[in-house]
Design a protein around this ligand. Structure first.
Ligand SMILES: [Zn+2]
Length: 111
């Protein structure tokens, strides 16, 4: 079990956030085995956005702010995409592959 990382999760007044004994219940951060947003760390898109509003600038500065344009080249143009041939050939085709956005070449990738 883990807690939603939303900075205001506890402020949203829903019955599933109420914890404690009758008469002294408090709203608390949601706790689940899995969340659907932000790679599993946030219970809603609202909570994800709240976190970003609070920590986004610090996170970007910490991990590296883009200060000049990133140029698309053949070397960095690989993009993971769904392989539509997988739909009819599940035994032989991989579900995902990488497509080069410049050359349109296709290569395998981790599934
Ligand atoms: Zn939340």
């Amino acid at each position: 079990m883990k807690y939603c990382q939303g900075t205001k999760c506890h402020t949203y007044d829903t019955s599933d956030r109420k914890r404690g004994v009758k008469g002294s219940k408090t709203n608390q951060t949601r706790k689940r085995t899995q969340f659907e947003y932000g790679h599993g760390d946030f219970c809603t898109l609202q909570c994800q956005n709240d976190w970003f509003r609070t920590h986004g600038n610090n996170a970007v500065n910490h991990f590296g702010r883009v200060t000049s344009p990133i140029i698309l080249t053949e070397a960095n143009a690989w993009q993971r995409q769904y392989n539509y041939n997988y739909w009819e050939n599940r035994d032989t085709e991989p579900q995902y592959h990488e497509v080069n956005q410049i050359t349109k070449a296709i290569r395998g990738c981790e599934q």
